[in-house]
Every structure is written in structure tokens, then in C-alpha cells.
Design a protein around this ligand. Structure first.
Ligand code: URA
Length: 234
């Protein structure tokens, strides 16, 4: 397998990024810096990227997980907190999460070893809508929901793009469905903060056409061929 594909299949990065790493001399094969970008990896080769040995896979795999609260979506945590990879007890291929969810956020997370697909979905030029259900600490008005939909200014001065907002329950604790096409850090929580509310629970229920459905918290399943094709072409 060509070296850039091998690196992407190990879940390190996209093929394009792998080409950059090779050009920067950050890839070694059998201890020597690789100088040949078209190198074909053989079964006996030991490949190292940025000082870490990697294992490519000739099989691309795709899963969705219903992430529980209390897990980080990075592959390792400096504070020793559990990571979502700890939940994937019977997956032998090394996968990584596509995008991120906060430690406390629950819901739909895609995991794959397909670096190209991950890059495709998360690229800022892509307008894939993600739907969240947010429970907030107070009674939201239609006017405030409309403000969220039109765009609010976050704590760093960023003006959010138009969103779709539906109030599902109004009361001391309101429940709001919010669909956004962006993925700024803690965006939904910060959008509510901008209009004076704290999010007390947040769940992602869909990414584009991919739905969390009835998958139980902490459980995962393979994506169907139709779902994978959809993500590749969205
Ligand atoms: N927005 C947030 O505030 N948190 C998430 O985890 C995802 C989106």
C-alpha cells in the first residue's frame, strides 16, 4: 500500500496531510527518514510518524457511538480521564473520533480509521448540519430562540452563522433543538451563554442524515454502506 494511504488508514491524518509529513521528514521507514513520497509499504516495514510507530490497516471501518457524559473524545487525556476509545471493547482496528464532543456532552460520535473521510466531514468549507438537544436553566422565549437562529456574538467576538432552533419544552428548565453547521469549541453552550442561559445537558442527535436513533448510551454500531456513501458525498 502507498505510504500516504497507509498512514491515513492508521487513523493518523488524511492522505494529503500524510504527504506533508513525508515532505517534512517526519516519517521514517525501518529507522530511516523516508525520502520517496510514492513508497509502497510492505508487510515487514516498520513505519514511524512523528516518533510513534503506526500500524496501517487495509480495511477502512466506520462506527457511530452514543457517547455518555464523563468521557473525552481525544485519544489520550493528560488528566487520565476515560476516553471514548475505552468504550470500544471489541474493535481491533485503531480508530479515532471525527470532530469532538465536550466531556459532559452525550450523543452521536463517528469513529473511523479513514483519515480522508474525517477530513472531508470536518472541513470548514463543509456545511454539514449537526443537531443538538439542549436542556437549559430557565424559560426561553420565542424572541430569544429567534436571536439564536439569526446569529449571536460569542465571548470571543465571533458571530455565529444562521441556525435552526425549535423550542421543544418551555418551563423552568426549557428544552431546545438547535441545528448548526459550524463546530466552534463548545459552540452550543456558548451560544446559550450569549443570551443568558446555562446549558445543563447537551446531546447530539444527528450529523447530516446520520441519526443517533435508539442506540443506547455507551453502545456503538457499524455505519451502513448507505450511511458511509452519504458521508463521503455530503
Ligand atoms: N457544542 C457544545 O457546546 N458542546 C459540544 O460538545 C458540541 C457542540
Amino acid at each position: 500500500m502507498r505510504i500516504n494511504k497507509y498512514i491515513a488508514s492508521a487513523g493518523v491524518c488524511s492522505r494529503r496531510k500524510a504527504d506533508e509529513l513525508i515532505a517534512q521528514g517526519k516519517v521514517k521507514v525501518n529507522g530511516a527518514v523516508l525520502t520517496e513520497p510514492g513508497y509502497d509499504v510492505t508487510e515487514d516495514d516498520l513505519v514511524m510518524v512523528n516518533g510513534h510507530y503506526i500500524e496501517g490497516s487495509d480495511k477502512l471501518v466506520y462506527y457511530i457511538l452514543n457517547k455518555p457524559a464523563g468521557y473525552v473524545t481525544t485519544t489520550a487525556d493528560e488528566f487520565g480521564r476515560p476516553t471514548v476509545l475505552d468504550l470500544l471493547t471489541d474493535i481491533k482496528t485503531r480508530v479515532f473520533p471525527v470532530g469532538r464532543l465536550d466531556y459532559e456532552t452525550t450523543g452521536l460520535l463517528i469513529l473511523t480509521n479513514d483519515g480522508d473521510l474525517a477530513n472531508h466531514i470536518t472541513h470548514p468549507s463543509k456545511k454539514v448540519f449537526k443537531t443538538y438537544i439542549a436542556e437549559i436553566d430557565g424559560e426561553i422565549s420565542l424572541h430569544e430562540a429567534d436571536r439564536l437562529a439569526k446569529g449571536v456574538t460569542l465571548d470571543d467576538g465571533y458571530l455565529t452563522k444562521p441556525a435552526q432552533v425549535k423550542i421543544l419544552k418551555q418551563g423552568n428548565h426549557s428544552v431546545v433543538e438547535i441545528r448548526i453547521s459550524e463546530g466552534k469549541n463548545r459552540q452550543v453552550r456558548r451560544m446559550f451563554k450569549a443570551i443568558g442561559y446555562t446549558v445543563v445537558a447537551l446531546q447530539r442527535v444527528s450529523i447530516g442524515n446520520i441519526q443517533l436513533g435508539h442506540l443506547h448510551e455507551g453502545h456503538y454500531r457499524k455505519l451502513s454502506k448507505e450511511e458511509i456513501d452519504y458521508l463521503k458525498n455530503c
